[in-house]
Design a protein around this ligand. Structure first.
Ligand code: EPZ
Length: 422
């Protein structure tokens, strides 16, 4: 397993290109299952999770070609001949459940392994299943698999999510495009990745309104065409790298960054003393002056503060002046980076879903362990400003969601290198 060695101390100056969104691409790819015509995705990120989704779609008989070094994905499900998504692939990546809705909508049958939990929480899929049942699906859970049937096809319905779920909104939105009649989704997720998916489905001939609001209305159609669609900018990669100059000092321009994707996050950066300037090419980030101030964070569904930036923000607040309170409201176990940051000298007190961070002058480098995707990058951010060397182990977590981290940060002056593991 590889590790990443970070030697802290220097400020960062330069520019970082932001890639296409992992969490948009992971729902856009299964959308190919809704049509027998080709779907081409551009601005695709080159990540381990994309490779896993590629393997899953290929296991179903779909064609996925990776072109231009992985930035373009050419997909076709014309020859889909297997309607079973096996546990050995699904367990690697929970987003695999997103093949269920499209497969069922177009093929009338699907067998998909339950994804199982992950480090940050149990992450059930009950809302995915309830939503599909609302559209007339007949589901049976057997030996760890969801057996889904839609005899006579899915039928439009009104379904209200009891709480916001990004994945369930995506699954039901995709299925509803081919259901007979009208579907109204209430308390739907509003994330930019949902908007991106809806815009791609509309290019494919779907009739969708209200995406980006809490109520999405879909008029089912007989079939969908092919399309070409650019994957939206990754707001989580964007927010992550905005924190690099905030933590070290210096000025970094995030190419392709869009302020509308990270508005709530930018409000907190501003409150803490970080300047964010919109430029022709993206967002320029630097400290306004001197030490940053403590701020309180409460994670919420979009447009609130994103849970996927909570760990990274905690790394920033470890050396801010004062006490910051971070409330993690989306996942039940998303503070695993805290004990690792404490190893670096941070002063953090975790109780349930709340972490109190009392800022210290400086962190000290230490050997630490990545536990999940966003925790891994928060430890790298902490290492950039820590005194001495930080070695982050188990960086396979990192490679799931961040493309070439050491290159992107290294280009701005960070002393960071990958140590090939056994
Ligand atoms: C998506 O996960 C993202 N993943 C996550 O990003 C992100 O943290 C999350 O949305 C919230 O924004 C992808 O898009 C691939 P949810 P998802 O359904 O869809 C519970 C990353 O780091 N829930 O909005 O799984 C669930 O357990 C990843 O890139 C149910 O109880 O999230 C969680 O507590 C991590 N039943 C809450 O709802 C369900 O049927 C929100 O989950 C579905 C979800």
């Amino acid at each position: 397993m590889d590790s990443i060695l970070v030697t802290g101390g220097g400020v960062l100056n330069g520019e970082i290109p932001i890639a296409g969104a992992k969490n948009a691409c992971l729902t856009l790819m299964p959308a190919t299952l809704l049509s027998d015509e080709p779907l081409t995705l551009t601005n695709a990120p080159r990540l381990a999770d994309i490779a896993t989704m590629t393997a899953l779609l290929r296991s179903l008989g779909a064609e996925v070609s990776s072109l231009q070094g992985g930035q373009v994905l050419a997909l076709s499900s014309h020859d889909v001949n297997n309607l079973k998504a096996d546990y050995d692939i699904v367990r690697k990546m929970r987003a695999s459940i997103l093949v269920l809705g499209p497969l069922l909508a177009r093929q009338g049958h699907a067998v998909v392994s339950l994804p199982g939990g992950c480090a940050i929480g149990a992450r059930p899929v009950d809302l995915h299943l309830k939503g599909l049942e609302a559209l007339g699906a007949v589901l049976e859970l057997k030996d760890g698999y969801v057996h889904a049937d839609a005899p006579g096809g899915l039928k439009g319905a009104t379904f209200e999510f009891p709480f916001v779920s990004v994945g369930a909104t995506e699954n039901i939105l995709m299925a509803a495009t081919l259901a007979r009649g009208t579907t109204v989704l209430k308390n739907a997720a509003r994330e930019p990745e949902i908007v991106d998916l809806a815009e791609c489905l509309i290019k494919m001939g779907a009739q969708i309104e209200g995406h980006g609001t809490s109520t999405i209305t879909i008029q089912g159609v007989q079939s969908l065409k092919g399309a070409t669609h650019p994957v939206v900018t990754d707001r989580i990669e964007l927010g992550t790298y905005m924190l690099a100059p905030a933590i070290t000092g210096g000025t970094v321009e995030l190419l392709g960054g869009r302020i509308d994707l990270v508005a709530a996050f930018c409000e907190k950066l501003d409150e803490s003393g970080v300047s964010v300037e919109e430029t022709q090419r993206g967002l320029k980030v630097s400290r306004k002056n001197g030490r940053l101030s403590a701020v309180n964070i409460s994670t919420e569904p979009f447009p609130g503060f994103p849970t996927d930036l909570q760990a990274q923000m905690m790394a920033l607040l470890c050396t801010a002046d004062g006490v910051s309170v971070l409330e993690e409201n989306i996942f039940e176990n998303r503070f695993m980076h805290a004990p690792e940051l404490i190893r670096m000298g941070a002063n953090i007190d975790v109780h349930g879903g709340t972490a109190r961070v009392t800022g210290v002058e400086r962190l000290r480098g230490a050997p630490v362990m990545a536990t999940d995707l966003r925790a891994s990058v928060s430890l790298i951010l902490a290492g950039l400003a820590a005194e001495g060397e930080t070695v982050v182990s188990r960086v396979y977590h990192l490679d799931r969601g961040y493309e070439r981290v050491e290159e992107k940060l290294g280009a701005c002056g960070a002393r960071i290198e990958r140590i090939k593991g056994a």
